[in-house]
Design a protein around this ligand. Structure first.
Ligand code: IYR
Length: 227
């Protein structure tokens, strides 16, 4: 039996347009300074910044509000080391044999290779898992059944965008890293079968001598169509 929706009045803070404009400009200026960082300082990061960013990400909209995500925060040096070793083994194989020349060519300006020291050096590595389906246990019988998740890829992508923005606002650097294949993460982090690794995000302060590739973003005229 589908349940009736329970409706509440919207709690919406209407702000003057002037203030909206000022906030929007400030957010744009700040987000334009976000860079993907591969060189980290090992210095510690307040854990609350990580918690708040994940809580913010978990406020994202999701298909049928199913919130099909799990954020695993790794700071244990042994686990980080195991992730680095496994990621580097896969990435070495990818860079040397699996990736096409076309792929290597478009990556060349970023200067990436199979070495992933950031997985050990960054104080936190957030591994985001996508719950391809949910698990529901019957309160009476305890029987566990699968619950179909709708738009889980899109939902987790949106939440990760919010996570990256929040971490940037907290003054932290991030890297969206997708070692391929990522199956080893489920094993190293002991995640259940309904969770698929989605992205690995080292988080920390940049190394004092951090370098980033000289890249540009497309202009508004290239990405926005007004009709
Ligand atoms: N997963 C590899 C390769 C890589 C792929 C893309 I697409 C990038 O934008 C960057 C890297 C790696 O992490 O090095």
């Amino acid at each position: 039996m589908p349940s009736e929706p329970q409706l509440d009045p919207l709690d919406f803070e209407r702000i003057p347009a002037e203030e909206g404009l000022a906030r929007s400009r400030a957010f744009l200026a700040s987000m334009r300074k976000r860079r993907t960082v591969r060189d980290y300082s090992p210095e510690p990061v307040p854990f609350e910044l990580i918690q708040n960013a994940i809580a913010t990400a978990a406020s994202a909209p999701s298909g049928a509000n199913q919130q099909p995500w799990t954020f695993v925060v790794v700071s244990d040096p042994d686990l980080k080391r195991r992730m680095r070793i496994a990621a580097e083994a896969e990435e070495k194989e990818s860079y040397e044999r699996r990736m096409s020349q076309e792929w290597l060519d478009v990556l060349a300006p970023l200067g990436t290779d199979w070495h992933k020291p950031h997985l050990e050096i960054a104080p936190y590595v957030i591994v985001v898992f996508r719950q391809s389906y949910g698990l529901r246990s019957d309160p009476e019988t305890g029987e566990v059944t699968k619950v179909k998740h709708y738009y889980s890829e899109e939902s987790v992508g949106i939440a990760v965008g919010v996570l990256l923005a929040s971490l940037h606002q907290a003054g932290l650097a991030t890297l969206t890293h997708t070692p391929s294949p990522m199956g080893f993460l489920s094993e190293v982090l002991g995640r259940p079968k309904n969770e698929r690794p989605y992205v690995v995000i080292p988080v920390g302060y940049p190394a004092p001598d951090a370098k980033v590739p000289r890249i540009t973003k497309k202009g508004l005229d290239e990405v926005m169509v007004v009709k």
